[in-house]
Design a protein around this ligand. Structure first.
Ligand code: SAM
Length: 280
């Protein structure tokens, strides 16, 4: 029984890191003309109401995308621009707080080109229904089934290139193991694919087996980006991690410059690190 609902967390600091990475990777891949198959294995419901009860209960977006938005004039990296222009288009109340926030399938749908495809998996019944309703307008294929199994069945894709986001809620402890196993199998089916894997950085290090398994496994060229709260809670999530397998050339430097913009208490209060979990 799945109980996680992303509406309680949408637009938090982890979403900012994850969606910024997703948008930049896709933009850099699109420097070449050939079509891209995009897969989102854990899609959520695509659009989130930041003023709604669920979002306000945790107010996580206040120290995430709302802070990014209020500081948008002072961001140094030009790579924030595409994200900001979509946020602007979603929110028509002038310069005030954001009202709506797009989830990962909405970012993929927005930036995909004719010829690219977007397939989104979601297992939670009500999230799946909301996703299906949204997807009919957005031209996204929705599969209400397990995203890890669905991804493996879909590879290799019809298009010459592949971009995959794996973003589970890690409600079940075995999710860490299942993600590592799936990434290895997916990479064996499509070695040139670009894979983004999100994971929480936990105070108790629960994510470590995922990283250890991948560090010792066959997949090459895994870039690791982590952001950590400068004032972390004693328990639970203290940061957010992204693994990028086969990042486009130069992605590490451009993404590091974006994350530099999130440092300090006036911004998102994050520290950032980047290294190769597995080199080429
Ligand atoms: N990727 C979304 C975004 O960035 O906007 C957020 C996704 S949320 C962290 C994880 C989602 O995965 C939840 O909506 C949950 O219902 C769904 N989920 C959990 N287990 C799943 C599975 N095995 N297959 C597909 N979806 C699953």
């Amino acid at each position: 029984m799945l109980s996680y609902l992303h509406a309680f967390h949408a637009g938090n600091f982890a979403d900012v890191q994850k969606h910024a990475a997703l948008i930049l990777v896709l933009a850099m891949m699109q420097a070449k003309k050939s079509a891209i198959a995009c897969f989102d294995t854990h899609a959520g419901s695509a659009l989130y109401d930041l003023a709604g009860d669920r979002a306000r209960k945790t107010a996580e977006s206040d120290l995430g995308v709302q802070r990014l938005w209020s500081e948008r004039q002072s961001l140094q990296s030009p790579d924030w621009q595409s994200m900001l222009s979509v946020l602007q288009a979603h929110n028509r109340n002038g310069g005030g707080p954001l009202e709506d926030y797009p989830g990962s399938p909405a970012w993929l749908a927005h930036f995909s080109r004719p010829g690219d495809s977007v397939t989104a998996f979601e297992l939670h019944p009500s999230e799946g229904r909301a996703l299906e309703k949204w997807a009919t307008r957005a031209g996204v294929r929705v599969r209400c089934e397990d995203g890890l199994k669905g991804l493996l069945r879909s590879l290799p894709p019809a298009q010459p290139r592949l971009l995959t986001l794996i973003d589970p809620s890690y409600e079940i402890k075995n999710d860490y193991r299942a993600v590592a196993d799936t990434l290895v199998k997916a990479w064996q089916k499509c070695r040139h694919g670009v894979y983004l894997v999100w994971y929480p950085v936990m105070a108790n290090g629960l994510e470590q087996p995922l990283l250890d398994t991948l560090a010792e496994g066959p997949v090459r060229k895994i870039l690791r980006s982590e952001v950590r709260l400068e004032s972390p809670p004693e328990r639970g999530m203290v940061g957010s991690g992204m693994l990028v397998v086969n990042p486009p050339w130069g992605f590490d430097q451009r993404f590091a410059a974006m994350l530099d913009d999130l440092k300090g208490p006036r911004r998102l209060g994050l520290s950032a690190s980047m290294d190769w979990l597995v080199p080429e």
